[in-house]
Design a protein around this ligand. Sequence first.
Ligand SMILES: C[S@@+](CC[C@H](N)C(=O)[O-])C[C@H]1O[C@@H](n2cnc3c(N)ncnc32)[C@H](O)[C@@H]1O
Length: 332
Amino acid sequence: MTVADYMAACLHHPEFGYYASRPRLGAEGDFITAPLVSQMFGELIGLWAAETWMRMGSPSPFRLVEMGPGDGTLMSDVLRAVRAVPGFLDAADLWLVETSPPLREAQRARLGELQWTDALAGVPDGAPLVLIANELLDCLPARQFVRTETGWAERRVGLAEGGLAFGLSPPPNGFMPSDAAPGSLLEWSEPTAMLGAEVGRRIAADGGAGLFIDYGRSEPGYGDTLQALVAHQKVSPLERPGEADLTVHADFPTFALAARKVGAGATPILEQGEFLRRLGIAERAAALAAARPDKAEVIGRQLARLVEADQMGSLFKAVVIHTQSLAVPGFE
Ligand SMILES: C[S@@+](CC[C@H](N)C(=O)[O-])C[C@H]1O[C@@H](n2cnc3c(N)ncnc32)[C@H](O)[C@@H]1O
């Protein structure tokens, strides 16, 4: 099978897939995400959402959407931060886009009864969107192509003696990327391009903005980024199918281009550290530390984790798909 089909089965097979059966987020689980590092992340995203809504002219109703909400921590911090913004929550028609039954349960336990759908298409159109998604794009399956001495080949996963193994097959007809040195590996995620186009079409038609944050590349490039994590340790992607979180780096250029092609705007791709600094994370950290001096050291460590270049600050990026005329907070 292609690497994309393998990823989709490992993550979403109804019985054995990681997200379908045993997603484990957090310090005690397999991986940790920015909202779980610190409440500051979700609070700033909440203020970003409220400021974006005001710049859109405070429409009512609007669809407040989170895609891939994990255990609900990000939305819970967002909702706390926007409580003080007059009219925002009254105007918001809140939707969670989630494919994982156990994570829907975790979200229900944290956030109460809300509206769920398993795809963006399930969110009714006809009203502007304010959409957020953290670490969703890295779950979207990618195919992998390898440049051999004799030309391009597609990397596949199959059975060999002793278990699963990678192999190569001829690439599909018409596959013609620019030339590259032997050994180069190219990733292509069709679902990433399709989601960029879908978000772009929705926003071009109904207005609004969608913020996507993830680890990934800001320029097209080569490299094998398929990664499996169990209990915060990297394991071979073939070693424990369905028991590991399996990801690739988000392909931000493909995502943004797909949205632009259908008539939406897309911001430049900004590093997470820079984006959060522009939203005021240093000031928020200082305020939290002043209120709880006993926690100042922990808050300082959390801040560093989110923004420093050698931690999450550079590898993680942010991009916003938006109505052409909207000046997006953090990007102007
Ligand atoms: C890495 S977790 C990130 C969770 C959360 N956003 C956070 O930052 O803590 C990925 C999330 O995306 C969901 N997900 C994965 N593939 C999806 C898809 N195709 N459509 C919607 N949600 C998806 C997972 O179930 C999970 O909630």
